[in-house]
Design a protein around this ligand. Structure first.
Ligand code: CA
Length: 334
């Protein structure tokens, strides 16, 4: 399959105007705040000999430094030509959000603003229609709320027009102690959680929307199972039997991977740091090419074929792009 065939464009997103977004006011008490200290797995617990296991309520999961093979093996069905296997070593441990950033999380730190298309899904559903820059702006807001250093210089912070760059004092994003997007290598390392199969739940069998892929169904919402009935759903007639309306789903509703991360396949695609480009050879602490035409998206979303939800699958989008199937989660170097 050619690269062009392997990379259909995501479903077009309906845009939400700032005026519409401003109409929605959420009281702080109504949202789950990502700043809640109780949601963090405290390192002290490990020091005390208690077993720290990934939990449904933990906001962050500690991902220890290590090495893995990034990309997909030649025999994996419907793999992209840009998934060349190579060895990756990560020398810096990091913590990663167990779940995608929710609409409630975003509103709590961004003055109540919610750019999402699927607002009818509710505050526990992933925020979407966020640009890459808005994700960095949110990361800065989270860093401030947690009392750690901000990683980015942003113009128009708090607004949909925000643009952000890594602060000049950091050579690489991993050098900043604050919150940030994961590098593409960090994302895949975390998604795989030691697995080498197409999904962290096993191999891929049915590559498109229908028939249902049983391994993906256990772990992810995609274009084969994302039935939704709330206000503002998307017309998905013909995608799969049994439903004509689809959309995002509350985060954490499917089975987590071995490291306690949810929705690494499906629900919303996730922005990562890197510019899209060809992979290097074996590499250490890689953070992407120096430039490009778009930033990488990972994991697939509620609207897409099963093969795009594979751990190795890659797509990209201009940094200012907004899709109703595109959100993010954050990490922080430890
Ligand atoms: Ca996801």
């Amino acid at each position: 399959m050619s690269e062009e065939e392997a990379e259909p464009e995501p479903e077009a997103a309906d845009m939400v105007s700032d005026d519409e977004a401003a109409d929605l006011v959420i009281e702080p008490d109504d949202v789950d705040s990502a700043a809640d200290e109780d949601m963090t797995v405290e390192p002290d617990a490990a020091d005390m000999g208690e077993e720290v296991e990934p939990s449904l309520t933990a906001g962050f999961v500690l991902i220890s430094a290590g090495s893995f093979t990034m990309g997909s093996p030649g025999g994996e069905p419907v793999r992209g030509g840009d998934e060349t296997q190579h060895g990756v070593t990560l020398t810096i441990s990091f913590e990663m959000m167990a779940k995608e950033v929710t609409q409630g999380d975003f509103q709590a730190l961004m003055g109540g603003r919610n750019p999402s298309y699927f607002r009818g899904c509710g505050t526990s559903c992933p925020v979407e229609q966020v640009s890459w820059h808005e994700a960095l702006d949110y990361a800065n807001a989270l860093s401030t709320s947690k009392g750690v250093a901000e990683c980015f210089d942003c113009t128009d912070p708090g607004l949909a027009t925000v643009t952000c760059l890594l602060k000049g004092s950091y050579a690489r994003p991993q050098d900043c102690p604050g919150y940030r997007l994961p590098t593409e290598a960090e994302w895949e390392y975390a998604a795989r959680a030691t697995t080498t199969t197409a999904f962290y739940s096993g191999p891929i069998t049915n590559t498109e929307r229908t028939p249902l892929d049983s391994n993906l169904d256990v772990i992810g919402w995609y274009g084969g199972n994302s039935t939704a009935t709330y206000a503002g759903v998307y017309d998905c007639s013909g995608w799969f039997t049994g439903s004509t309306t689809c959309g995002t789903q509350p985060v954490g509703g499917k089975q987590a991977n071995l490291w306690g991360l949810f929705d690494m396949s499906g629900n919303v695609w996730e922005w990562v740091w890197d510019w899209y480009g060809a992979y290097p050879g074996d590499v250490t602490d890689y953070w992407g090419t120096a430039g490009g035409s778009g930033r990488v998206l990972r994991g697939g979303g509620w609207e897409i074929y099963a093969y795009f939800c594979r751990s190795a699958a890659r797509l990209y989008c201009p940094a200012g792009g907004r899709l109703n199937s595109l959100g993010f989660r954050l990490v922080r170097s430890i």
